[in-house]
Design a protein. Structure first.
Length: 706
C-alpha cells in the first residue's frame, strides 16, 4: 500500500514526497532526512503508477549516493532497479553518449581520459606545436581548458583579452582536435558534449523529455551553471524537476558550484512555495541554535532555522590554546576522556580548514597511542608532496638510496625519460652499484640527468652545518616542488603541507633533542608505517571540513578557529568568499550529534616562524549562553572576551583586525591578512587585489583604515 511508504514521515517530508503541483524546490536542512525524502518520492511515484521505473531520472553527486538510493529503492519496492537512470552527472552523460555515440560524433568504444591521461594529452599537443612550456605550463593549459568546458565554452566562444589568452585558446582548439582524432573525451567533455548533443538534436531531446517525466536532483546547491542548463534541456513544459538542496551548505564554489542556481530555479520554474525541511534528526538543540546563529549573518540565503525535539543537550565547549601544540594536547586529552566515558574512537571527528593543520594533531595522537584515520585523504607523511620532499631529503642524507632516486629523478620533470632510467638501472645491475653511482657515470651529455646530479650534490654541500629545520626548508625550496605545485589546481594545499614539513622538523628537533636528518627521516617513516598496524582498528576520524560534508559524529572538534585560517585568508579578498566560509562553518557545526568543541590557538607555527592569530569572527557570532569555556592559556574567560580580537601580550596593541580594509599610498586598497614576529620585528601582511600579498614592518607600514 502507498500509505506504508509514508509511515513515519513528518508533515513537511510528507508534503515533499507527495508533491503533485509540478516542479518543486525542497530546502533540506542538515540532518533533516533528505535522502529518505528523495528515495521515498521515487518509490511513491512508481507505486502510485505516476511513472515507470524507466521514466525516472535521478541525479546524485557521488556514486556512493547513487548506490545507496538504488539499495533503498530495492528494499522499498519489488522492482528490478537495474537499468534505472540514477547516477552522477558524469555517469549519466557517459550513458547518454554511449547510446548515441554517432550523433555525438564519437566512436562506439570511446575512451575517457582521467586527469593524468588528460595532462599527458595536453603535453603532446604543446610538444607538437613547439610551445615554450615554461611560459605555457601544461597544467595551467589543462586548467584553462577544463574551466572553459565547465562554463560551457568551446575555444571559438572564448573572448581573448590579451595575446596570452589568445595562445591558450589556440592550444584548447588543438587539444580538442587531437581528442576528436583519437576518439577520447575528458571528464569535462562528457557534460559539455552531452549538453551540445541535446541542444542541437531536437528529436533526441524530445525523446528523452517524453521519457523522463520526473527528474529528481540531489545536492542541488552544488550544481554548476552548465549542469543546470543540461537539466533544463531534459525538462518538457509538462514535466517536473524535483530539486533538493540546502543553500546554507553550498561549499564547492571552487569546483564550479553555483548556489545562485537555487534562486534561479525558483524563478525559471515559477515556484511560489519552497518546501522547507527544518526538523533535524541528528543534533541536540544547542548545536542547532549555534548553527542557526552563525549562518544568520549571511545575507544571500533562502532562509530557514533548524530545530529538534531531542532536547537542548550539552553546552558547546570552547578552548583557547596558547599554541597549535597546546591545541592538539587538549584535543587528545578530551578524546581520552570521551573514550573512558564509553564513546568509540570512530564516533569522534577532528575537523580542520586546511590539510596542513593535521600534522600537529596527527603527531599528538600518534604519541598518545590513539589510532586515527584521515578520512577522504592521506596521513601527513603519506601525502605525495611530502613523500617527494622526503625523497630529496633522503638523497641529501644518503645519495645511494635507490627508492628515493627513482621517486624524484624526474620529478618535477627535467627531461629524464623512462629509457634513461632503464639504462641507469641496467648499468647499476651490471656494475653492482647504486642508481646514483650509475647516474653519475652516465650523466655526461644528458642535460636533465646532469642537472639532477648537480642539484643533489649542491644540496648536500649547502645544508652542511644547518639546523634540521633549516635543512628541510632549504631542500624543499631548492627542489622545485613548490614552483611545480603552484600550477596545480589543488596546489595551494600541497604547498601548505610542504611548508608544514619545516614545522614538523622543528618540533621533532625540540622533542627528540636531535638535529640529525637521519633521525627525523626515521621518525617520519615510523609515523607513516603506523597506518598499516592500525588498519581496521576503531579510530578517531580526521578530516577537512569539506570532506566532512554528509557525515555525522557523536563528538566533533572544530580546530583552528582563527582569522585568516577559518575563515580562510583567501575569502577576505574574494567576492562572496566570506559567505562561503560561513557556510563551511555551518556544515562543520552540524556534523556534531551530541558534543561540540571549538578550539583556536593564540600562536601557530608557519614556515618555522610563530604566527599570532586572532580568534575567528565565527566565535563572536555564537550566542554566549550556548558556550562553556573550558580553560585555556589565559585561564577561564568568557567567550565574549576571547572573541574580541585580542593578541597575546607579546603582540599587544595590534592596530588592525585581520580582515580590515586598509589603504597604502603606493599599492592602493588591500585587506589585512595576518601578522608575524614580535616587538620591533613585528610585520603585517596585506593582500592587494592586483599584486597579491605584501609584508610590511608594522612600525613603518603607512596603512590607513578605509
Amino acid at each position: 500500500m502507498p500509505q506504508d511508504l509514508l509511515t513515519g514521515l513528518n508533515p513537511e517530508q510528507l508534503t515533499a514526497v507527495t508533491w503533485d503541483r509540478g516542479s518543486a524546490l525542497v530546502l533540506a536542512g542538515a540532518g533533516s532526512g533528505k535522502t529518505r525524502v528523495l528515495t521515498t518520492r521515487i518509490a511513491w511515484l512508481i507505486q502510485t503508477h505516476q511513472v515507470s521505473p524507466m521514466g525516472v531520472l535521478a541525479v546524485t553527486f557521488t556514486n556512493k549516493a547513487a548506490r545507496e538510493m538504488l539499495t533503498r529503492l530495492s528494499a522499498m519496492l519489488p522492482i528490478n532497479t537495474r537499468g534505472m537512470w540514477i547516477g552522477t552527472f558524469h555517469g549519466l552523460c557517459n550513458r547518454l553518449l554511449r547510446a548515441h555515440h554517432r550523433d555525438a560524433g564519437l566512436p562506439q568504444l570511446f575512451q575517457i581520459l582521467d586527469a593524468q591521461d588528460q595532462l599527458s594529452a595536453v603535453k603532446r599537443v604543446l610538444k607538437a606545436l613547439n610551445v615554450d612550456t615554461e611560459k605555457y605550463e601544461p597544467r595551467k593549459v589543462q586548467a584553462f581548458i577544463n574551466a572553459n568546458k565547465e562554463a560551457g565554452l568551446r575555444a571559438n566562444q572564448i573572448e581573448a583579452y590579451d595575446p596570452y589568452t589568445r595562445r591558450l585558446i589556440e592550444y584548447y582548439e588543438a587539444y580538442d582536435a587531437q581528442c576528436n582524432r583519437e576518439g577520447v573525451v575528458d571528464f569535462a567533455e562528457l557534460l559539455l558534449r552531452s549538453y551540445e548533443l541535446l541542444a542541437r538534436n531536437a528529436l533526441l531531446r524530445e525523446h528523452y523529455q517524453e521519457r523522463f517525466r520526473h527528474i529528481l536532483v540531489d545536492e542541488f546547491q552544488d550544481t554548476s551553471r552548465l549542469q543546470y542548463d543540461w537539466l533544463k534541456l531534459l525538462r518538457a513544459p509538462t514535466n517536473a524537476i524535483f530539486a533538493v538542496g540546502d543553500d546554507d551548505q553550498s561549499i564547492y564554489a571552487f569546483r564550479g558550484a553555483n548556489v545562485a542556481n537555487m534562486a534561479l530555479f525558483q524563478k525559471d520554474m515559477g515556484i511560489a512555495e519552497v518546501i522547507k525541511l527544518t526538523q533535524n534528526y541528528r543534533s541536540f538543540g544547542t548545536i542547532l541554535d549555534a548553527a542557526n546563529a552563525v549562518i544568520s549573518h549571511n545575507s544571500n540565503r533562502l532562509g530557514k532555522n533548524l530545530w529538534t525535539d531531542a532536547g537542548r543537550g550539552e553546552p558547546i565547549r570552547h578552548y583557547e590554546a596558547a599554541s597549535d601544540i597546546d591545541e592538539a594536547r587538549f584535543v587528545v586529552e578530551e578524546i581520552q576522556a570521551l573514550k573512558q566515558d564509553g564513546l568509540a574512537y570512530a564516533d569522534i571527528a577532528v575537523l580542520y580548514r586546511s590539510n596542513a593543520q593535521s600534522r600537529v594533531i596527527e603527531h599528538a595522537l600518534f604519541s598518545a597511542g590513539i589510532p586515527y584515520r584521515v578520512y577522504g585523504g592521506l596521513r601527513f607523511f603519506e601525502r605525495a608532496e611530502i613523500k617527494h620532499a622526503l625523497a630529496y631529503l633522503r638523497l641529501t642524507a644518503n645519495p645511494e638510496d635507490d627508492n628515493a632516486f627513482l621517486r624524484v629523478v624526474n620529478f618535477p620533470t627535467r627531461g629524464v625519460g623512462a629509457r634513461t632510467v632503464e639504462a641507469i638501472d641496467a648499468a647499476a645491475r651490471t656494475g653492482g652499484t647504486s642508481l646514483w653511482t650509475a647516474a653519475c657515470a652516465q650523466g655526461a651529455g644528458k642535460k636533465g640527468l646532469t642537472a639532477f646530479v648537480q642539484l643533489i650534490e649542491q644540496l648536500r654541500s649547502e645544508t652542511q652545518g644547518m639546523s634540521l629545520a633549516e635543512q628541510v626548508e632549504h631542500v624543499v625550496a631548492r627542489s622545485g616542488l613548490i614552483e611545480y605545485y603552484k600550477s596545480e589546481r589543488d596546489g595551494e594545499d600541497r604547498i601548505e603541507n610542504l611548508n608544514e614539513l619545516t614545522n614538523a622538523a622543528m618540533a621533532f628537533a625540540a622533542e627528540a633533542e636531535s638535529q640529525n636528518l637521519a633521525d627525523f627521516l626515521a621518525h617520519a617513516a615510523l609515523e607513516a608505517g603506523e597506518h598499516e598496524a592500525q588498519a581496521g582498528q576503531d579510530a578517531v576520524q580526521l578530516m577537512t571540513v569539506h570532506a566532512a560534508k554528509g557525515l555525522e559524529f557523536m563528538a566533533v572538534f572544530i580546530t583552528g578557529l582563527e582569522e585568516a585560517l577559518f575563515p580562510h585568508e583567501n575569502s577576505l579578498t574574494e567576492a562572496d568568499g566570506l559567505e562561503e566560509e560561513r557556510r563551511l562553518m555551518y556544515v562543520a557545526i552540524t556534523r556534531a550529534r551530541k558534543r561540540l568543541y571549538l578550539t583556536h590557538a593564540a600562536q601557530r607555527m608557519l614556515h618555522g616562524q610563530p604566527r599570532y592569530g586572532l580568534p575567528s569572527r565565527f566565535l563572536q557570532e555564537l550566542p554566549a549562553e550556548l558556550v562553556q569555556t573550558v580553560g585555556g592559556w589565559r585561564g577561564s574567560v568568557a567567550l565574549s572576551e576571547v572573541a574580541v580580537p585580542n593578541a597575546p601580550s607579546r603582540m599587544a596593541a595590534l592596530p588592525y583586525q585581520v580582515g580590515t580594509r586598509v589603504q597604502h599610498p603606493r599599492y592602493g586598497e588591500g585587506v589585512v591578512a595576518g601578522y608575524q614576529g614580535q616587538g620591533a620585528e613585528a610585520e603585517v601582511r596585506v593582500s592587494f587585489p592586483r599584486i597579491g600579498d605584501k609584508w610590511f614592518i608594522l612600525e613603518y607600514a603607512r596603512l590607513t583604515p578605509c
